[in-house]
Design a protein around this ligand. Structure first.
Ligand SMILES: C[S@@+](CC[C@H](N)C(=O)[O-])C[C@H]1O[C@@H](n2cnc3c(N)ncnc32)[C@H](O)[C@@H]1O
Ligand SMILES: O=c1cc(-c2ccc(O)cc2)oc2c(O)c(O)ccc12
Length: 401
């Protein structure tokens, strides 16, 4: 009672104590947040969503335990794991029958992003992001800030090489990483084609997906627009995973050296083009045709100077806007804290902040605001751009000169 004043209103001391308790809870939430990530990874590794999906209706706990070969001694632990995953919105639980045994069902999130049996050559993104190869470097992020030899990213400090060098000499991780990103690409490709496909891709003669990874995006565009000749350009060990995609050509090379002209791609469609042959193909570029380069999650890997180099290489090979040339970039456009609408507090804005810090650990990357993008576009010689938000999190940017 002593902390109330005579009107029954909590005194300063009581308010401060309540705030401290809230703050303590908040801190715990931040500290233990990685448990959500790891519980999700565990669910994906066990294949919980696949088993529920195959069952086609809410799955009683006992059946789930049997199907997943969970040891009887782990029953209680498994139920607690499921309780957290239900709380996170990945599954729902209900009780059915006289014994009131819990039964679990998929939510739209797990049905769309965790069921692997529906997606060939893809695995949930969580396998790429939470692979120990990606997680271990976080333990030296603080050291990276002060390391005198200034390694490009904490990843390089921890592994002694860059992410893309490591994918080149660790085949298992190369597959894991590219399959994880493929699943995300597949989702985005569907969205783009539904929301703005006609406006963006209709009438294009050729398109090259620069840093196109698994080729999922290029394949979806090629399937939706069969008259557009599509190709994926990426590092040799990445395009090597692309064998067997009949509608998309694969080209190995280094985008810092040059970006292949799309018309050269058409000549060699359906083969992995030997990089050595490409200079000869320059001789027969038809600069009058509508050529487009597309890049998803490529520029966010690099500093401003490198982005300008990549974009200048693209600009060299496309005709001006009136002749149908453009570069399409699918990336985040960060909302900034001082933007008027206050939306920095919503979940999308928080995810953007997390992803911006996330990307500095595997690569020397960053997420950019519109003003930051604009100065890169101008430095690379482009004169206009449009931004179409396709998801809360990211946008489709079209660049012209
Ligand atoms: C983050 S991944 C994005 C992959 C794909 N665009 C997607 O959205 O899933 C970046 C891609 O850039 C490729 N890359 C990195 N350095 C490159 C280079 N110098 N030349 C060509 N591609 C490169 C990587 O191999 C990788 O596939
Ligand atoms: O580890 C990653 C993850 C991504 C990523 C995350 C979420 C998405 O919806 C898409 C992609 O992107 C990465 C990336 O571009 C990179 O260069 C390194 C690592 C990752």
């Amino acid at each position: 009672m002593e902390s109330m004043n005579k009107n029954g209103i909590p005194g300063d001391h009581e308010v401060a104590k309540a705030e401290l308790m809230r703050g303590h809870g908040h801190l715990w939430n931040i500290i233990f947040n990685y448990v959500n990530s790891m519980a999700l990874k565990c669910a994906a590794e066990l294949g919980i969503a696949d088993v529920i999906y195959r069952h086609g209706q809410p799955l009683p706990l006992s059946v789930l335990l049997t199907e997943l070969s969970i040891l009887p001694s782990r029953t209680d632990s498994f139920r607690r794991l499921m309780r957290l995953l239900v709380h996170s919105g990945l599954f729902t639980s209900s009780t059915a029958g006289d014994e009131e045994e819990e039964a679990y069902a998929l939510t739209p999130i797990s049905a769309s992003f965790l069921v692997t049996s529906k997606a060939e050559n893809m695995s949930p993104l969580v396998f790429a992001v939470l692979d120990p190869v990606m997680v271990d470097p976080w333990h030296c992020l603080s050291r990276w800030f002060t390391a005198a030899d200034e390694p490009p990213a904490a990843f390089d400090l921890f592994h002694g090489k860059s992410l893309f060098e490591l994918t080149g000499n660790n085949p298992e991780f190369n597959v894991n990483f590219n399959r994880g990103l493929a699943a995300d690409s597949s989702f985005v490709a569907k969205l783009i084609l539904e929301q703005c496909g006609g406006d963006v891709f209709r009438g294009l003669q050729s398109l090259v997906d620069v840093g196109g990874g698994s080729g999922v995006l290029a394949t979806a565009i090629a399937d939706a627009f069969p008259q557009t000749k599509c190709a994926v350009f990426d590092l040799p060990h990445v395009v090597a995973l692309l064998q067997g995609k009949p509608t998309v050509a694969a080209i190995a090379g280094d985008m810092f050296e040059f970006v292949p002209p799309a018309d050269a791609v058409i000549l060699k469609a359906c083969n992995i083009i030997n990089l050595l042959l490409l200079p000869f193909n320059f001789l027969i570029i038809n600069n009058q045709s509508s050529i487009c380069y597309i890049m998803q999650w490529v520029l966010h890997d690099w500093n401003d100077e490198d982005c300008v180099r990549i974009l200048r290489n693209c600009k060299k090979a496309i005709p001006p806007k009136e002749k149908g040339g453009k570069v399409i970039i699918i990336e985040m456009v960060m909302k900034l804290e001082n933007e008027e609408d206050g939306s920095i507090h919503d979940e999308t804005a928080e995810t953007q902040l997390l992803f911006d810090v996330y990307i500095m650990t595997p690569v020397p990357g960053k997420q950019r605001s519109e003003a930051e993008w604009k100065s890169i576009f101008i430095a690379a010689g482009f004169s206009s751009y449009t931004i179409t938000p396709i998801l809360g999190l990211r946008s489709l940017i079209q660049l012209f000169y």
